[in-house]
Design a protein around this ligand. Structure first.
Ligand SMILES: Cc1ncc(COP(=O)(O)O)c(C=O)c1O
Length: 534
């Protein structure tokens, strides 16, 4: 049952210290309704040339269009389409008609030829991306409609040349490993410490990267995933200093952390910490369309023309205007209201952590090395199995990002408020109580403990001829395929790595527990694809 935020003894994090929590940013800005619909700071009200509707557009309830040129263009195009003012002899093939495949194409608008003419849309793109670059303190930015997956691969293509080494964490997302395949880069792996109490990885230590750079002075870049999938953070300023001392750029996959740096109680984002480039999924931490991501860079150590070439190499030529505009809108929201929204999220997550810790046997990941808006729920002490708890949450209409035996990872974002997070927390507790069992010690997931033996570079292995063999015969052979339990999407086996009995056992354990074995040619794990001749 949701707990009303104003109930006595409520879980609302604001209840003790402040008036009842506003439900929207507008309420926050105007808690007693004194302001006109158009707040004075918003230029996009009646009479504004960018608001042809003439009044606040209900499709832009917080009045972001004045600072979001792509959003403004999307609002204009879709308004025209809805009014029947457009008869395009151009793609998309649905021609804005919803009487064929139906509402599934509602709001679709091509960036090129929709949000602006094909010949002029690059100006619109540059304007929106420049605003994002300025907000993050970068001097190069691109919006991707293909997620951090594309951003990671673009950044891999933006450094060095085939055959060069990069220092990189092995707890990386599979997209970056495949970036190494595309770019022909050789990994020099660094690994984080795994906390025995939680079985979860911390951030990579600066000393580990320094050591790797010392042993491989020919490396051309350092790539790190930070925050980690479980929200632990490394000393990025220290990593930037170490990389720069070695004369190479630091590139950070911050897929989960588009909100970092926008509140004094949050860690700085990677660019602010000194990184040369970062990728982040606008669709993960921000209220943006699925697939929306930002790639941001400083160009002291990275060439902007090469970054553009690398980005374009694998990006679609037909980006969806709605995705692009939603990144622009999320950026405008973050710029204007980010601190307030992040503050609300910080308080709500802190309250949820406190509440969860009151439950016997239950714990959460916490402490100075943990991103404070992350909620990582540690189940081992309750004996509840994470997959069963997840099933109850799905049945309650509250799916989470990740669940395995010992861990549940919901994703609270700035779109949540104290009420929604408190309500989730109570449903989670009920689900845990329903599935309680004998307390156990947590077992670190294979993703966090994998220590690969690389026999062949990822690119060579990816393109080498291969064969399919039964699992028993695969031990001691070299993997042709990437296999990752998903989430978190960290490869347990990657092209060019020795297949060990431990790796197969770890994958089987995940599968037996109901986990998804992604990207394997044979997800039953009865057979494996191995390199012929190795
Ligand atoms: C660390 C990390 N990097 C990159 C990605 C890829 O992000 P996207 O889904 O936006 O392509 C993910 C996805 O979960 C991730 O966890």
């Amino acid at each position: 049952m949701p707990v009303p935020s104003d109930a006595p003894g409520s879980l609302d994090p604001l209840a003790a210290t402040s008036p009842p929590e506003p439900r929207t940013v507008r309420d926050a800005l105007d808690p007693v309704g004194l302001l006109d619909l158009r707040d004075p700071g918003d230029p996009a009200g009646a009479g504004d040339p960018r608001d042809p509707v003439g009044v606040r557009d209900p499709r832009d309830p917080l009045g972001l269009r004045g600072d979001a040129p792509m959003l403004a263009a999307w609002l204009d195009f879709t308004r025209q389409a809805a009014a029947g003012e457009l008869s395009p002899m151009a793609v998309p093939g649905h021609k804005q008609r919803q009487d064929l495949v139906g509402a599934v194409i509602a709001g679709d608008a091509p960036f090129y030829g929709g949000l602006d003419t094909i010949k002029h849309a690059d100006h619109l793109r540059a304007e929106g991306e420049a605003r994002a670059a300025a907000l993050w303190g970068a001097d190069w930015c691109r919006f991707s409609v293909a997620g951090s997956t594309h951003g990671n691969q673009a950044l891999a293509l933006a450094v060095g040349e085939p055959g060069q080494k990069v220092i990189i964490n092995r707890t990386l997302h599979r997209s970056l490993l495949l970036g190494l395949v595309l770019a022909g880069l050789y990994p020099v792996w660094v690994t984080p410490e795994v906390d025995p109490a939680s079985g979860l990885p911390g951030g990579v230590a600066v000393s580990a990267v320094e050591q790797a750079l010392g042993a491989h002075p020919d490396a051309c870049a350092v790539f790190l995933g930070d925050p980690t999938y479980v929200g632990t953070v490394a000393d990025l300023a220290g990593h930037a200093a170490a990389a720069h001392a070695a004369g190479v750029p630091l590139i950070v996959d911050s897929a989960w952390a588009a909100h970092l740096g926008f509140h004094p109680d949050l860690p700085p984002h990677a660019i602010a910490a000194g990184a040369d480039a970062m990728v982040t999924s606008a669709h993960k931490a921000l209220p943006a369309y699925t697939q929306g991501a930002l790639v941001l860079a400083r160009t002291e150590r990275l060439d902007p023309a090469r970054l553009d070439r690398a980005f374009e190499a694998t990006h679609t030529t037909s980006p969806a205007g709605a995705i692009m505009a939603s990144i622009d809108a999320a950026r405008a929201l973050l710029a204007r209201d980010g601190e307030w929204l992040c503050g609300r999220l910080l308080r709500a997550v802190a309250a949820a952590r406190r509440r969860l810790r009151e439950v016997p046997g239950l714990d959460v990941l916490d402490g100075p090395g943990v991103e404070p808006t992350k909620l990582v729920v540690l189940l081992a002490g309750t004996g509840a199995h994470g997959n069963l708890v997840e099933a109850d949450l799905i049945a309650a209409g509250m799916p989470v990002e990740m669940a395995d035996r010992d861990t549940i990872i919901p994703i609270p974002t700035i779109a949540d408020d104290g009420e929604s997070i408190a309500a989730f927390t109570e449903v989670l507790i009920t689900a845990i109580e329903r599935n309680r069992g004998k307390p156990r010690y947590p077992a670190p997931a294979a993703a966090w403990t994998v220590r690969p033996q690389t026999v062949l570079g990822p690119r060579e292995a990816f393109f080498a001829s291969n064969q399919t063999v039964p699992a028993d015969a695969a031990v001691g052979r070299v993997s042709a395929e990437l296999i990752a339990p998903y989430p978190p999407g960290v490869p347990v086996l990657a092209p060019g790595e020795l297949i060990t009995a431990e790796a197969i056992a770890a994958l089987r354990e995940v599968a037996a527990d109901g986990g998804r074995i992604a990207y394997a040619a044979d997800p039953t794990l009865a057979t494996f694809q191995v390199l012929a001749g190795y």
